[in-house]
Write a protein that binds this ligand. Structure first.
Ligand SMILES: [Zn+2]
Length: 414
């Protein structure tokens, strides 16, 4: 596979190119963007001297200046699209794009498709309702630009989507990892084996599943595909993609500057453990400068076996920084539990509850599986994560199904 020049930049080339792009726009942002004007004023030096941006700040700004807030570089009539965040953490944030920014979104998808081996010959099915969430809209626009045949799965039931994938001989499916498994399940109920369809690649976003080996293996087996991970955020852009090395997600450093914030020291570096901080370099109508994504990552540098020198988030995104729970002194992300449960072929859907009982945290898993699986799942969680956990089995079809991001992890106080 031919790589783009930016994909093999040296550190010096990367820093120079990023700073050129960013610093060229700084004067305009200082002058015209009310949200960033004050934040960027009178600050010299490099990116590291600028303040972070948080979701709470964008949210408060929007509440104070409805309906779109003040992170707008251009007059309102120049904007052409509205998207909003899912609202899983607080009220949904409305974000506008102008035509140029939207073209940038489409461009950001090209390395994602290329890394997955998707070309203009592919037929891409978008198993998505086409609501206001930006991810799939931008993927659709990016696929059209690639020259692929774009197939909308909006306003369809899961069964109808399965039928459409078969009828159109789709070769690529885009959906959350959870929904990929739901599609396979719905197909089985109709006596259809999706592994025998024309599907050959799947690209997933919204959850870390495609970077969790057990989840990815299951998707690949049930759909007969090679599964790739993609990471993006409404506030920032479509920034990451997994490669042939299959051990994490590269960041498109041509269009984004990545930093990792160590919460204890408050120091941001260009690799290591901590919260992912991103600056975008092409969405100037609604920029994100040193945006704290809330995602916990381990960023590693050095050449990847795929040939890219782009920074890699090892193992994808571990989880939201605030998703981490501490059970009797052991820190654990929901993705670590998923990585174990998904290895059990007998388990369909599952649910995890963290209950605080008399000031003690207890983990309780409910799995759709035969009764004899409970003990083995509990033993695996104890062995690998170091937490004792109650596991209960229920009949298949008992737990809720999800189309977008799954809500499998619940916290309760007893
Ligand atoms: Zn790679």
């Amino acid at each position: 596979m031919r790589l783009d020049p930016f994909e093999t930049w040296t550190d010096a080339e990367r820093r120079r190119a990023q700073w050129q792009r960013f610093s060229a726009k700084l004067p305009e942002l200082r002058q015209k963007n009310p949200f960033y004007r004050a934040r960027l004023s009178d600050r010299g030096g490099g990116l590291g001297d600028l303040p972070f941006t948080t979701k709470a700040e964008l949210s408060e700004d929007q509440a104070a200046h409805p309906p779109f807030g003040t992170n707008l570089t251009y007059p309102i009539e120049r904007y052409v699209r509205l998207h909003q965040t899912s609202g899983t953490t607080g009220r949904p944030l409305r974000i506008l794009d102008d035509a140029e920014s939207w073209a940038w979104w489409r461009d950001c998808w090209q390395p994602v498709y290329r890394a997955a081996g998707v070309t203009s010959r592919d037929r891409i099915f978008f198993a998505f309702s086409f609501g206001p969430f930006v991810g799939f809209w931008s993927a659709f626009a990016g696929a059209e630009r690639l020259g692929a045949l774009c197939l909308s799965g909006g306003a369809m039931t899961t069964t109808e989507r399965v039928a459409s994938i078969l009828a159109t001989e789709a070769t690529v499916v885009m959906c959350t990892p959870t929904y990929a498994l739901r599609l396979a399940e719905a197909a089985r109920e109709e006596g259809i084996d999706l592994a025998r369809s024309a599907l050959r690649v799947s690209i997933h976003a919204g959850e870390p599943g495609a970077s969790i080996p057990a989840t990815r293996d299951r998707i690949e087996k049930e759909l007969g595909v090679e599964a790739f991970d993609h990471t993006g955020a409404t506030e920032v852009g479509a920034y990451g993609f997994s490669c042939s090395a299959r051990d994490g997600v590269h960041i498109n450093e041509s269009e984004f500057i990545a930093e990792v914030l160590d919460a204890r020291t408050g120091e941001a570096r260009d690799e290591g453990d901590g919260e992912l901080v991103l600056t975008n370099l092409g969405r100037w109508g609604t920029p994100a400068i040193r945006y704290r994504t809330g995602d916990r990552v381990t960023a590693v540098r050095g050449a990847c076996s795929c040939g890219r020198t782009l920074v890699k988030l090892a193992g994808g995104i571990a989880g939201r920084v605030d998703d981490m729970v501490t059970v009797r002194g052991v820190n654990v992300f929901p993705s670590a539990i998923e990585a174990i449960i998904r290895r059990f072929d007998e388990v369909g859907e599952y649910r995890v509850e963290l209950a605080t009982v008399r000031e003690m945290d207890e983990l309780h898993c409910t799995v759709e599986a035969p009764a004899d699986v409970a003990e083995r799942v509990a033993a695996a969680i104890h062995r690998e994560v170091g937490i004792r956990c109650k596991v209960e089995t229920v009949a298949p079809g008992t737990l809720p199904r999800f189309e977008m991001k799954a809500k499998r992890f619940h916290k309760t106080n007893v």
